[in-house]
Design a protein around this ligand. Structure first.
Ligand SMILES: Nc1nc2c(ncn2[C@@H]2O[C@H](COP(=O)(O)OP(=O)(O)OP(=O)(O)O)[C@@H](O)[C@H]2O)c(=O)[nH]1
Ligand SMILES: [Mg+2]
Length: 302
C-alpha cells in the first residue's frame, strides 16, 4: 500500500526570455491548452498554473511571463515579479531557451540561476530549426554557463522530447502530499481563460503597439439555453486600450476589425468551453492602465 511519503508533489516553474516557447511547452506537458500562444514576444503576462494529477504524483506547473529587460510600465515590473516568485517557490526549474537565442553573461535570469539550490532542467527548444551539430554545441556551451542537472533538446511545438522532460521532472519531484485537490487543473477562474483567449486573437490580428496596449476583462459570463434549448454561454467582455486612436484601430473601418476578432474568439471559445457561445465585445479607453497599480491588481497582476 502507498504511504503518504510515497507520493510526489511539487512546483515546476517554467522561466526564460519571451517567445522561446514556455507556454507551448507547458501546454504540451499538461496536455491542455491553458496558456495562450502567439508569435509575438510578451504574450504571457501572468503566472498560470497547470496541474497534472496522477494517483502517485501531482505536478504543479507554472508558466510565467518572459523576462522583461527594460520595464517601461508598472505592468512589466509586475510581470518580472511573477518570475521572481517562481524562482523562489520552485521545487524544480525548467529554464527554457531556444536555439537562436543569445544571452549576455550578466543576464539577470542567469544570475538568479547561479544562486538557486533548486534542480534546473535546461530546455533547448525549437531544435526543429537547428542542425544536430548546432544542438550539441549549444548544450555544451550552456553547460558551462549554468549548473543544470539535465539538458534536453526539445521542439515543444511538435511534441518532440516533451515526454523526456516530463519523465525527468518526475525524477526530481520531491516526496510530498498533493497541494491541490486531485481533480483541479488550474488555480485561475474560467473567466481568466476566456479573457486570455480573446487577448490571443487580438495579438494575432493587430500589429505594433496595439496588442501591448490592450487588456481584456470579462464583465459577464452567463450560462443558459437558446430558444431551441441548446446550451449557450453569453459572454460580455471589455477590451481596454490606452488611447482613443487605439480604440479606433481595434474597431476598424465600419467595425470590421473587431468583428473579425469577435468571430475568431467565439470560435476558439466554443472549442474551449465545448458549448455554443454568444460573445459581445466593447472597447473602452482606460488611460495609462499599464501604470495603474490598483487596476493591475484587480486584473490579477499580484
Ligand atoms: N519552430 C518552433 N516554434 C516553436 C516551438 N515552440 C514554440 N514555438 C513558437 O514560438 C512562438 C512563441 O511561443 P510561446 O509558447 O508563446 O512562447 P513563450 O515563451 O511562452 O512567449 P512569452 O509568453 O511571450 O514569454 C510561437 O509562435 C510558437 O508556435 C518549437 O519547438 N519549434
Ligand atoms: Mg508565454
Amino acid at each position: 500500500m502507498e504511504t503518504p511519503t510515497d507520493h510526489k508533489s511539487g512546483f515546476v516553474n517554467i522561466i526564460g526570455n519571451p517567445n522561446v516557447g514556455k507556454s507551448t511547452l507547458m501546454n504540451a506537458l499538461v496536455g491542455e491548452k491553458l496558456a495562450i500562444i502567439t508569435n509575438k514576444p510578451q504574450t504571457t503576462r501572468q503566472r498560470i498554473i497547470g496541474i497534472v494529477n496522477d494517483a502517485h504524483y501531482q505536478i504543479v506547473f507554472s508558466d510565467t511571463p518572459g523576462f522583461v529587460h527594460q520595464p517601461a510600465y508598472k505592468m512589466h515590473e509586475l510581470m518580472n515579479r511573477f518570475i521572481h516568485t517562481s524562482l523562489e517557490d520552485a521545487d524544480v526549474l525548467l529554464f527554457v531557451t531556444d536555439v537562436k537565442e543569445i544571452y549576455p553573461d550578466d543576464h539577470p535570469l542567469l544570475e538568479a540561476l547561479h544562486k538557486t539550490q533548486v534542480p534546473i532542467i535546461f530546455v533547448l527548444n525549437k531544435v526543429d530549426l537547428s542542425t544536430q551539430d548546432e544542438i550539441k554545441t549549444k548544450l555544451a556551451l550552456w553547460k558551462k554557463r549554468i549548473n543544470y542537472t539535465e539538458g534536453i533538446p526539445t521542439a515543444a511545438l511538435h511534441g518532440y522530447n516533451v515526454d523526456k522532460v516530463f519523465d525527468t521532472i518526475l525524477k526530481y519531484l520531491p516526496q510530498a502530499p498533493p497541494y491541490y485537490p486531485k481533480d483541479q487543473l488550474s488555480d485561475k477562474p474560467e473567466r481568466f481563460f476566456v479573457a486570455e483567449i480573446i487577448r490571443e486573437k487580438i495579438f494575432e490580428q493587430y500589429r505594433q503597439e496595439i496588442p501591448y496596449a490592450t487588456e481584456v476583462v470579462v464583465e459577464s459570463f452567463k450560462e443558459g439555453t437558446t430558444t431551441q434549448g441548446i446550451p449557450i454561454v453569453r459572454i460580455m467582455a471589455y477590451i481596454f486600450v490606452e488611447r482613443n486612436s487605439q480604440k479606433n484601430i481595434i474597431i476598424g473601418h465600419k467595425g470590421e476589425a473587431i468583428k473579425r476578432v469577435g468571430m475568431e474568439a467565439r470560435r476558439a471559445l466554443e472549442a474551449w468551453l465545448d458549448r455554443k457561445v454568444h460573445l459581445e465585445l466593447r472597447v473602452k479607453v482606460r488611460e495609462k492602465w499599464r501604470n495603474n497599480e490598483n487596476l493591475l491588481k484587480k486584473l490579477g497582476y499580484q
